[in-house]
Design a protein around this ligand. Structure first.
Ligand SMILES: NC(=O)c1ccc[n+]([C@@H]2O[C@H](COP(=O)([O-])OP(=O)(O)OC[C@H]3O[C@@H](n4cnc5c(N)ncnc54)[C@H](OP(=O)(O)O)[C@@H]3O)[C@@H](O)[C@H]2O)c1
Length: 132
């Protein structure tokens, strides 16, 4: 989950059923085979970060935190690890949140490996909730 793959329907379902959601790859995991540049290079996130004197990573992580979701981010860099924890003493404005809610969405992974003629999901459409 990230601001670029918000999965609102899933999050609403989990909230309604008392399920705590964990967001893997909240920064888009951009150098991995499953990752994407769409998060860290998103214009809306870059604008908000610039206006608030924060980084795009901090805006993403703060947004996830404000959704009541637990982010699981990764960095091998000590400074970026510290940066990623500095999200608890400020908040996004209503306008920031509105702009983030309007970001064009991209499904980060299709999970085609879960599709099988003999399995419970026989097509991508059956596997996903139709939100994207
Ligand atoms: N079990 C599962 O199905 C599953 C699926 C996906 C992910 N995960 C786990 O979730 C964790 C996080 O996911 P992820 O590594 O895929 O994605 P991620 O945390 O969204 O992205 C990690 C990437 O972002 C960079 N980064 C981190 N902080 C940054 C910052 N402040 N500014 C700029 N770049 C920053 C990292 O580079 P640097 O290291 O150079 O900072 C790395 O390239 C990992 O531990 C992963 O194993 C589990």
């Amino acid at each position: 989950m990230s601001p670029v793959w918000q999965q609102k329907k899933l999050i609403d379902f989990c909230k309604a059923n008392g399920i705590v959601v964990t967001a893997f790859s909240p920064l888009g995991a951009k150098v991995t085979s499953w990752g994407t540049n769409h998060v860290m290079e998103n214009e809306v996130l870059m604008e908000i970060a610039k206006a608030r004197g924060k980084t795009v990573a901090q805006v993403c992580l703060r947004w996830i935190y404000e959704q009541g979701v637990t982010p699981v981010m990764k960095s091998y860099n000590k400074e970026r690890l510290k940066e990623n924890l500095q999200i608890f003493d400020w908040e996004l404005s209503e306008d920031d949140s509105k702009k983030i809610s309007e970001i064009k969405q991209h499904r980060m992974m299709l999970k085609e490996e879960l599709i099988s003629a003999r399995g419970p999901y026989k097509s991508i459409e059956e596997l996903w909730d139709g939100e994207l």
